[in-house]
Design a protein around this ligand. Structure first.
Ligand SMILES: CC(C)(COP(=O)(O)OP(=O)(O)OC[C@H]1O[C@@H](n2cnc3c(N)ncnc32)[C@H](O)[C@@H]1OP(=O)(O)O)[C@@H](O)C(=O)NCCC(=O)NCCS
Length: 194
């Protein structure tokens, strides 16, 4: 089972290694590695922002397997803030595979949630990428727990952007119900259809 923990500054090392992995660099739209200084500046700004950055952990094997991110567009909350503001204690997002599917998404606070994923280079090809996408969708839908509490759905529209040559990522998103909605030479935009 995959559990998404909110990333903290303590995760800087594993996040840096995943960010500068050659395949991750090749598949990123910036297509270049980052320095430690750039990485720390980025991580601090993300932790202080509306973005939800997670580290994915396989609870059975007890290892970290990747990372997932939810960028929230039009962050003008009408009712609810992102999950972390509803939690005062723990930081774990526990999204069990038996969690009920989201039904109502009324009350969404953001116009769009953009997902991105990375699996540790030694853990690829075992289904973790697909599991992380599914867990991120549950997080957007407000299905699961966060520090023992639930939260309102964050957005109805869930998207991702992937390079056309990144077959593993395209297949992971496809397996979770995403369809291509805009195809350019260097970029495929995907949207979750329900
Ligand atoms: C893309 C990535 C997250 C996929 O993670 P993963 O754990 O390897 O993916 P999964 O094991 O869940 O496999 C997803 C699908 O891709 C397929 N796949 C896995 N590796 C593949 C490869 N090298 N080439 C083609 N397909 C591949 C799997 O068979 C599976 O397809 P299926 O569901 O139709 O059987 C991972 O490769 C990665 O971190 N790459 C570098 C960073 C990156 O590209 N991030 C995404 C940016 S949009």
């Amino acid at each position: 089972m995959i559990v998404l923990d909110r990333a903290t500054l303590k995760d800087w090392g594993r996040l840096l290694v995943m960010r500068n992995d050659p395949d991750t660099v090749a598949n990123s739209f910036s297509s270049k590695p980052v320095t430690v200084v750039e990485h720390m500046r980025w991580l601090r700004s993300v932790i202080d922002s509306e973005t939800l950055l997670f580290v994915a952990r396989d609870t059975e094997r007890g290892v970290h397997v990747g990372t997932g991110r939810i960028d929230l567009v039009s962050p003008t909350p009408k009712v609810a803030k992102p999950a972390r503001q509803k939690s005062e204690s723990g930081r774990a997002v526990t999204l069990g595979t038996d969690a009920a599917p989201a039904s109502a998404v009324a009350g969404s606070s953001y116009s769009e949630a953009q997902l991105s994923i990375t699996v540790d280079s030694g853990q690829r090809g075992h289904g973790y990428g697909t599991e992380i996408v599914a867990a991120l969708v549950k997080a957007v839908d407000g299905v699961g727990e966060y520090g023992g509490k639930t939260w309102e759905p964050l957005a109805t529209k869930i998207t991702a952007a992937v390079k056309p040559t990144n077959y593993a990522s395209l297949r992971a998103f496809a397996a979770c119900g995403f369809l291509p909605v805009k195809c350019e030479d260097d970029r495929i935009e995907l949207e979750l259809t329900r």
